[in-house]
Design a binder for this molecule. Structure first.
Ligand SMILES: [Zn+2]
Length: 114
């Protein structure tokens, strides 16, 4: 089967919105990115809404939503050996051991004295 013939040529002016919600318009007339390139010159690619091109979007500003922050924390989590809760638990156990050791020493002293 032969492909459908284009009614208008490939260079004919198109109308309407582009795919993925991109605005129509002439990308060559868009404001330039202007980021410093490795050559030391200014990037000439068309800028996005933030002013930079798709290659020079800038540093990540990090997660914004509570869910995103939680996901980021979960991704960095290794074992939780030094998390606040475990450290507090270990501190409590050490305290209990210390007091029980003191108690045992007290009993021994009482037995030997009596
Ligand atoms: Zn750029």
């Amino acid at each position: 089967m032969r492909p459908k013939k284009l009614v208008a040529g490939p260079h004919a002016k198109r109308r309407g919105w582009l795919q993925n919600g991109n605005p129509p318009g002439d990308p060559s007339s868009a404001p330039r990115c202007g980021a410093k390139t490795r050559r030391g010159t200014r990037c000439q690619a068309p800028g996005m809404a933030n002013g930079r091109c798709r290659l020079h979007g800038g540093k990540s500003t990090g997660p914004r939503t509570v869910e995103g922050i939680a996901r980021c924390r979960a991704a960095k989590w290794k074992h939780g050996r030094y998390c606040r809760e475990i450290l507090a638990q270990r501190r409590r156990v050490r305290g209990l051991l210390r007091t029980s050791a003191d108690l045992i020493a007290e009993f021994k002293n009482a037995l030997w004295a009596g």
